[in-house]
Design a binder for this molecule. Structure first.
Ligand code: B16
Ligand code: MG
Length: 232
């Protein structure tokens, strides 16, 4: 296959490159407990890919306490959660890169295709540094570079734009429902990591199943279907 048919590949960070999604959950659960709200891993699926303050609002709604706190109190709660989360990050090393990710990055780079990173986390650069991946991506879009969080397309569109890539000829890889929505709103090909990401164009259960040859085949099938749609 002619790899020039793919302009770029844009990765999510938390939950795709490394399992920090779980650390976010542990830190939110601890904070929520302090205000007598219980959250579990099923509820946590709704927090993935969602910004810090929007995550807090979802937790408060879950406990029916959305009107109980002032903005200053909410900011203090979010800060507390973040301090807890950052404690987990102290132990993060290159060994925490999820299985299959380095092989996938190498295979894409081997074909000269630019790669980007799209994370709404304000801790993205700390995480990339801890994983020794700060120079791995051709362009990184984090919370400091966008106004709107996922599921808005802004973050993936910004990544494509900065990589001089046409979104319709680009691939996004995500573990969150909000992230898949962001990729699809960008009109990119969506690869989902997780078994509930029904809107993905191609889905795997875990990162170790991310095989570049298979992804390219699925992408080409998707593009061919688009061409047929345009012709009709
Ligand atoms: P922070 P991603 C997202 O990162 C996480 O999935 C989400 O759970 C978190 O609330 C959000 O970053 C904000 O993170 O509190 O570190 O700014 O999946 O877009 O890489
Ligand atoms: Mg994620």
């Amino acid at each position: 296959m002619d790899e020039k048919f793919i302009d770029s590949v844009v990765f999510d960070l938390d939950g795709v490159i490394t399992d920090t999604a779980h650390y976010h959950f542990l830190a939110w659960r601890e904070m929520a407990r302090e205000i007598s709200i219980d959250i579990d891993e099923v509820f946590n699926e709704r927090l993935k890919g969602v910004s810090r303050m929007a995550s807090l609002e979802l937790i408060l709604q879950q406990g029916n306490r959305q009107k109980d706190f002032t903005l200053i109190e909410k900011e203090a709660m979010a800060e507390k959660k973040n301090l807890h989360y950052c404690q987990f990050l102290k132990g993060l090393t290159a060994k925490d890169i999820l299985p299959g990710i380095m092989e996938l990055i190498a295979a894409i780079k081997n074909e000269g295709i630019p790669i980007g990173l799209a994370s709404v986390s304000r801790n993205a650069s700390t995480v990339l540094k801890a994983l020794q991946l700060e120079n791995a991506f051709d362009y990184v879009v984090d919370a400091s570079k966008v106004k709107k969080s996922k599921p808005d397309p802004e973050i993936f569109l910004t990544a494509c734009n900065r990589l001089a890539a046409n979104p319709n000829r680009s691939i996004g890889i995500e573990d969150a429902s909000a992230g898949i929505d962001s990729i699809k709103a960008s009109e990119m090909f969506a690869v989902g990591v997780g078994n509930t990401l029904y809107k993905s164009d191609y889905q795997v259960d875990a990162t170790k199943q991310l095989n570049w040859e298979v992804i390219k085949t699925e992408y080409m099938n998707w593009r061919n279907q688009q061409t047929v749609k345009v012709m009709h």
